[in-house]
Write a protein that binds this ligand. Sequence first.
Ligand code: PMP
Length: 372
Amino acid sequence: MSAVNASLKLPLRADLAGMEPYGAPQLDVAVTINVNENPYPVPEPVIEAITQAVREVAGGLNRYPDRDFPALRGALADYLAGESGVKVPPEWIWAANGSNEVMHHLFTAFGGPGHPALSSSPTYSMYPEYARNTLTELFDVPRREDFSVDVPALLAEVKRLRPALLVLASPNNPTGTHLPQDDIHEILAETRETGPDGAATVVVIDEAYGEFRRDGVPSALELLADNQHLVVSRTMSKAFAMAGLRLGYLAAHPEVATKLMIVRLPYHLSAVTQAAALAALSKADLLQAQVARMRVTRDHMVATLRGMGLTVAESDTNFVFFGKFKDRQKIWQDLLDRGVLIRSVGPDGWLRASVGTEEETERFLSALKEVI
Ligand code: PMP
């Protein structure tokens, strides 16, 4: 084969010119607490269950998988019922390779030219990428100083814009803060006919960190029954300790899944993914045994950082957002030099650290004490 041809000119879309692929650095360091993973390894009985399940489907991999994965949708519905007390039928569930892909389906089906989307920053840095990829114009109503959503300003923008999609992460990344249920309620009441051509605005509450919410903080799932334009998105990547599986899902009125089926690629969820996810769900208790422990570590991180005189946002997630530093990049680098990888993301002056094991967390806290 000839050498790489340096003169190759590819017909890249003009709006993608000069862009870099998204992604946090994947570095080999002792304490990796930069992408909000669950730090505890998968327990042995779960490894067994997944291995067995994959073995069972392996012989049938000559065939395409079940396109509509009813068994997995049923198991996800059962899991949500146990976690939140809200029981939805399997047809109310949709799933894909990570909630990133679920969101991409939503933007592909409901966004696009003339169908703008609205969000509230600082928030998850992939939302602009879903919008860009699907040629959806994304608008923003910045959060207040305390990272709460400015609901009156948001609703005024909804009236002006008639967005097809309103995407709010709760609890939010990178701030860790949740949106009060009354706010979500008010937003839902005002968005029933505010989309393009009198359609509803599809309100997506991204609950990727839902399982980490503090006691007394409800899930938006409770609002599904009365709000057909509400979509609640979840993932097995965080609380479930299954980031490597790539399984995200949503709960919404079944008409939503019907529309998303139009844009999904055929057989997007492999038979191996479906089998492994079902096996993991059958062991949900074991996989989630560490969630309570991570909440305790999280609260300890918040208290310790505040004890150091830092400003720390309230956290309902498995990470903590803290600041404010004159030169956050220097703090980030100084921590990395001590074998601790965190994330420099969101508004200037702030840093984000995920909950690690108790030992990793102590290493992070003592390294931070050294560098500030
Ligand atoms: N939503 C939010 C708010 C996130 O922080 C993340 C992951 N960082 C995701 C969605 C995507 O997660 P996944 O694709 O692994 O389900």
